[in-house]
Design a protein around this ligand. Sequence first.
Ligand code: NOJ
Length: 709
Amino acid sequence: MTEKQLSELLQDMTVAEKAEQLVQLNGDFYGGEDFLTGPAAAFHLTDNKAYRLGSILGSDGAARLTKLQDEFIKEQPHHIPAMFMADVIHGYKTAFPVPIALGASFDPELVRETAETAAKEASAAGIHVTFSPMADLARDSRWGRCMESFGEDPCLNSKMTAAMVRGFQGENCGDKGRVASCFKHFAAYGAVQSGRDYNVAELSERTLFEDYLLAYEAAVNAGAEMAMTAFNTLDRIPCTISRKLLRDILRDKMGFEGVLISDYNAIGETVIHGAAEDSRDAAEKAINSGVDIDMMSDCYLNNLEELVKSGEVSESLLDEAVMRVLKLKNKLGLFENPYKDASEEEEKQLHCCREHMELSRKAAAECSVLLKNNGILPLRAKKIAVIGSLCESRDIVGSWAIFADNSKTVTLRAALEEVCSDIEFQFIPSDTPDEKAIAAAKSAEAVILALGEDQLGTGESRSRTDISLPEGQKRLFEEISAVNPNTVVLLFGGRPLAIPEIAEKAAAVMELWLPGTAGCLGAADILSGKASPSGRLSMSFPYCSGQLPLSYSAFNTGRPKDNGVKEFIPFLSNYMDAPNIPLYPFGFGLSYTSFEYSPIALDRDILTADGGITASVRVKNTGDRAGKEVVQLYIRDVKGSVVRPLRELKAFKKISLAPGEEQTVSFEITEKMLRFYDINMDHTAEKGSFILYIGPDSTTENRTEFRLV
Ligand code: NOJ
């Protein structure tokens, strides 16, 4: 449709029709036998009104959605098709590693490719919009939704978020095989206090702008068609009714022009927060703050029309919101073809096809992080006991892989049997150190212990106060490693866990996260040596829960402990019972080969506002195997009008090197990279000295200095 036709359509709609376009209910409302007595009754939906609404969430399948769309077109007075939205977070039928794992790939192109593949599968199943990516920065692994984040770092998070948006949408979300991307949760959901889900977030405005908003902005700049509000309050205002966040920052400052949707019942919950009187008040606050679509509350459904008629909400504001919804439908091509790519035939061809399963396997290999290796990996042992219930579990794809075809999930056992067919395995899927497990461990040359969390242990509303392993698993490790020192620990889960004992005593530790449908094959490729590990941590691994929140990008304080300052007074910024530094730092991960870095070479050491410095290192593969290295660039601003972090990631490159091969890796440093929110909250770079680090992780001491003049 042309803009003119869209305007004419809008003009021809009644207020009630317009309001209906701004309501989204979930799939349970449609087609169930108890429709009128069940969920619909609770929402006072007494007739076929559900079929006049603008969009639905959480339903899939070409057959079902085609049928539903016919109903929508029939019931809606102007035959406006519905948009079908769903959580396609890290794959659709074929699940890829969870986002925290994808972050660890340090490979935006891989992330783009997984999103593109997910879009192909999901669009064939009739889905138009995905509620992804989650751009929330996560620095506290007590929060179960770390799993859905690309991690603790604004630069990594922004690059991955943008890559994912591009992967879903391509050039145009209306193209075949594409879906529109809805980034979330605006804003600072990852900063929920104490890591408890839905809790308040308290951040200084500077920290919000400096760290937390960057990835959302990257999504806007990558052209994401939609955004979702967050459940939490920020500065004591529920994000879903915060004009400052939604209008001043998201729309005016960031320039977001797409459709803004609330999170699930988040408008209704503002009453429970104590920030709105009732659902009518909540609806008025939300729409006036800029929320276009109300997801799964009855606030807009039962109040919006009246609010417009009473003048509390202006019709022009309503029109703006509806127009955004109509425009997105138009972009998706729904007025011409309301089913878009829905095709039962293509579902069969695409879902979990060989190519997608291969990508799932490859992605898991890129995302796995080798944390320790005394040389036992790649495996040479020929008789191995594999112990732990996770070795035979299919619950390893991730709690948001809600549509994944679990019948295709490759367990660790199946993967090891397929990839390492020359090894004699004994599998004991037990989480307690029973006699069988101990006997198997004793008689084997090596043990693989599968520990950590399955997909139910992590995700939404899965916060923990203690992120160490369960007692049973700890005992299992103690007793098994006592009888067989060649114990390799494979860690599953969606967050950094505290594993100091394992780090100390295991022969090797590898983080597999929740690797996805064919992910265990990727892990087996690494264990067997067919692939070399190249994942790097997207979040710091703490020693213990008490260190949280934790990030490498910390501040010196006046009395630093672990930063080489001489301890001339006994009162330091430290803990009496744990170090300040993490067990494994951000950016860290081992390979089967070794890399050597040259000192940093700069083409000049003075930077001007309109110039640039080229910084280069030569990286050499000094081992005898091919491998990939993530070359990471960090900058420290030595002194500022406000205190500056000890270092910040500004760029990275993942490179492949054959044995003995050497490559020069160059980065361009610009004044823009040095900008921050100064004492006046101006985004600017201040003149002075900077320390530049280029190396394999966030603790590298390969450094040099330059000045901004
Ligand atoms: C609630 C979650 O917070 C959000 O991330 C998700 O997209 C919606 N539910 C819809 O399922």
